[in-house]
Structures are given as structure tokens and as C-alpha cells.
Design a protein around this ligand. Structure first.
Ligand SMILES: [Zn+2]
Length: 182
């Protein structure tokens, strides 16, 4: 499929400045439905997008797991050590973590950013379950309207992150206003 991937540079919310990735204070995090946590700006955008997805019959609409939303440094480190090793493996894909090269133990494992370098550590990235076929087509058509875009495609079609910082899109602002009206 030839595709102009909507990859857009990330603008971070101002309140993430100076915050250590993977160590967000609880005040910046919100629970999302049905599970997981995101930075509050990303949580608003996710919930607004999810409401549209459910209304469009894209059900369920959820993260692949709670661990695929905000990840603390400890969570990212645990998973990284499960998938990468320091001992060289010829031909393996690699990641650099604190200046050291790590090798992916098996190409069957999904790639993972080094601890502290993932946008999951900032709470702005979420992996959407079942991001293929009709659901992925829906995401391509709709995610940008909620301020999300892709990071690594086509390898990670499930991984989207908020790029709009402190400027919610009209669709997200409408959702936020509707919540206030309840
Ligand atoms: Zn991801």
C-alpha cells in the first residue's frame, strides 16, 4: 500500500519541560479507558478519539495493554532487559542505551526504545490494539484530527503519539467542552 504517512514533529505540552521521562508526577497523569494512563493532554485526545471510534462502530477501541500507555522508567527497563542483551548478536537490530549498544535477542520480539527515550515514558504515546485492516484505515483517516500521528511506520502502525502540545485540535476541544457541560 503506497501511503503518505502522517508523520509530524512532536510538540510537547509545556508542563513536561524539565520532567524526567518515566518519572512523571501523578498530577500530570490521567487514567484512560479501559486501562492505562497518559499525560492529561494525551488522555483528553485519546478519549475524544475513542468516542468517535466507538460511534463509528470501531469496537473495542483500547490500548494493546496497560503497559503500552504511559510507562515508568522501571517498566521500560524491565521490558527492555527482556528483549535486549549486551552480548553481540550478528545481524541483530540494536539500541543504544547510556552510550552502550544492546542487541535484540530475537527478531520475533517487537522493538523497544531504550529506557528514558520512549515517548511512552512521556505519557504522550499509546499503542492501539488491533491496528490493522479496517481499524488501521479508520486510524489513518481520523487520528490526525485528534492530534495524533505515527512515529515509526509501517513497522509500528499501532504506535501513535500526541503531537499538538498545549493546542488541542477542534475535535478534542469539543470533547473537553462536552465533558464540562455534563
Ligand atoms: Zn508504542
Amino acid at each position: 500500500m503506497k501511503q503518505n504517512w502522517p508523520i509530524v514533529k512532536v510538540v510537547l505540552p509545556a508542563d513536561l519541560k524539565g520532567v524526567k521521562p518515566g518519572a512523571l508526577p501523578g498530577s500530570l497523569l490521567r487514567d484512560i479507558r479501559p486501562y492505562g494512563r497518559l499525560h492529561w493532554r494525551a488522555a483528553d485526545a485519546y478519549h475524544a478519539m475513542r468516542a468517535k471510534a466507538l460511534a463509528d462502530g470501531i469496537k473495542p477501541f483500547k490500548p494493546t495493554s496497560a503497559g503500552d500507555t504511559y510507562r515508568s522508567l522501571a517498566m521500560q527497563t524491565t521490558t527492555f532487559l527482556q528483549r535486549y542483551q549486551k552480548e553481540p548478536i550478528p545481524g541483530a537490530s540494536t539500541r543504544t542505551w547510556d552510550g552502550v549498544k544492546w542487541y535484540k535477542k530475537s527478531e520475533k520480539l517487537a522493538s523497544l526504545a531504550a529506557p528514558g527515550t520512549s515517548q511512552h515514558n512521556l505519557g504522550i504515546a499509546v499503542d492501539i490494539s488491533g491496528a490493522s485492516g479496517k481499524r488501521f484505515e479508520w486510524m489513518l483517516a481520523n487520528a490526525p484530527a485528534f492530534g495524533f500521528s505515527w512515529e515509526v511506520v509501517p513497522e509500528e502502525p499501532w504506535h501513535i503519539r500526541l503531537v499538538t502540545g498545549d493546542n488541542p485540535t477542534p475535535a478534542v476541544q469539543a470533547w473537553v467542552d462536552a465533558q464540562k457541560a455534563v
